[in-house]
Design a protein around this ligand. Structure first.
Ligand SMILES: [Mg+2]
Length: 221
């Protein structure tokens, strides 16, 4: 198995999760505030608990003896143990699917990274049984994954695929402002939910932006 200079390693993935954890921590208050408008105001806290558990579990790993698939599987298990409901099972499924997508790989090339993002988006969609336009995190994850795939199909380098994913996820999150919620607690609000960004879509956009920033070909950060 060849490892190109720019391929993403286990160490890079752990640095990516660390950066996501820091990003969520920094935006914890903002995300809970968004959730307070249409939900129970706990999204930032919940995501922070989940990613703190992930980074703690990953910090204990021997990176030289751990394959990328194990990083994602450990992330899935620790996220779910820490967050049993709401976003917990969604991100646990995303990371489990990512682990399956990279099984047997010592490092991830452009194709594998784009596949991994697609697998996470699909996992979240399957687990949440949500489609686009329902004012959920799917509205950021799906356009993000599709933009990465389109950039890949156009022959763009990894950095451009990830930048496209981050930009599409941000636009997707913003688009939830105009949507009526049809899923979960927010659906009871009816038209009062209009004008507010969905907190799950907002955190998804932050996650994809952090993935783009950390997995560029030159390596983490
Ligand atoms: Mg909530």
């Amino acid at each position: 198995m060849s490892t190109g200079m720019s391929d993403v390693t286990t160490k890079d993935l752990i640095a990516m999760f660390d950066a996501i954890g820091a990003m969520i921590e920094a935006n914890k208050g903002h995300l809970s505030e968004l959730d307070g408008v249409i939900g129970d105001a706990d999204h930032g806290v919940t995501m922070n608990i989940g990613f703190s558990a992930v980074t703690e579990a990953l910090a204990a790993l021997d990176t030289s003896a751990t394959e990328p698939t194990a990083v994602f599987n450990i992330a899935a298990k620790s996220f779910l143990n820490a967050v049993g409901a709401s976003s917990g099972p969604l991100y646990a499924t995303a990371f489990m699917r990512a682990g399956a997508a990279v099984k047997g790989k010592a490092s991830l090339d452009r194709e594998a990274v784009v596949e991994t993002i697609g697998a996470m988006a699909k996992g979240i969609q399957d687990r949440g049984k949500a489609t686009r336009g329902e004012k959920t995190m799917v509205d950021a994850w799906l356009p993000g994954a599709e933009a990465a795939e389109a950039a890949r199909d156009a022959g763009q380098p990894l950095e451009a695929c990830l930048a496209a994913a981050a930009a599409a996820a941000a636009a997707g999150a913003e688009s939830t402002k105009a949507m009526l919620a049809t899923k979960g607690r927010a659906s009871r609000l009816g038209e009062r939910a209009i004008g507010h960004v969905d907190p799950g879509a907002a955190s998804a956009a932050l996650i994809l932006a952090t993935i783009a920033r950390t997995l560029a070909p030159e390596g983490p950060l």
